[in-house]
Design a protein around this ligand. Structure first.
Ligand code: CO
Length: 134
């Protein structure tokens, strides 16, 4: 059911420094920051030949990244995003298999303007998983 790895998301304590490190030290193609108020994050996408890295920084007081950075002050891997062809079919299959879909189970529009869902990390070896319909 899952397809390509769409991106790896890393929560960072200093977005500017992290973006500069990927651009200058690692020599990657780094896109400008974009605010995602619906998700409580500012993101910087890094384009790699086979996938993307998504740097996440808290936006607003209720940001879901805030607590993560309090627990992981140096930053850390926040989630993995896998591509699926049909997000509603994926959601139905996962629920039937006993995996917990976060929120109300309805796909939201994600940072790339496409429908996304998140799966409970406790059901996936401690790893928060995002599914994105492509
Ligand atoms: Co993501």
């Amino acid at each position: 059911m899952i397809g390509r790895l769409n991106h790896v998301a890393i929560a960072v304590p200093d977005l500017e420094a992290a973006a500069a490190q990927y651009e200058n030290t690692l020599g990657a193609v780094v896109r400008p920051p974009q605010d995602e108020p619906d998700h409580g994050v500012t993101v910087v996408f890094i384009e790699l030949p086979n996938t993307k890295i998504e740097l996440l920084y808290p936006l607003g007081e209720d940001s879901p990244i805030k607590g993560f950075l309090e627990k992981n002050p140096a930053g850390g891997i926040h989630h993995l995003c896998y591509e699926v062809e049909d997000i509603r079919a994926a959601s139905a299959r996962l629920s039937a298999e006993g995996a917990r879909v976060l929120g109300d189970g309805e796909p939201k529009i994600g940072a790339h303007g496409k429908p996304v869902l998140f799966l409970h990390p406790k059901d996936f070896n401690g790893c928060l998983i995002e599914l994105e319909q492509v």
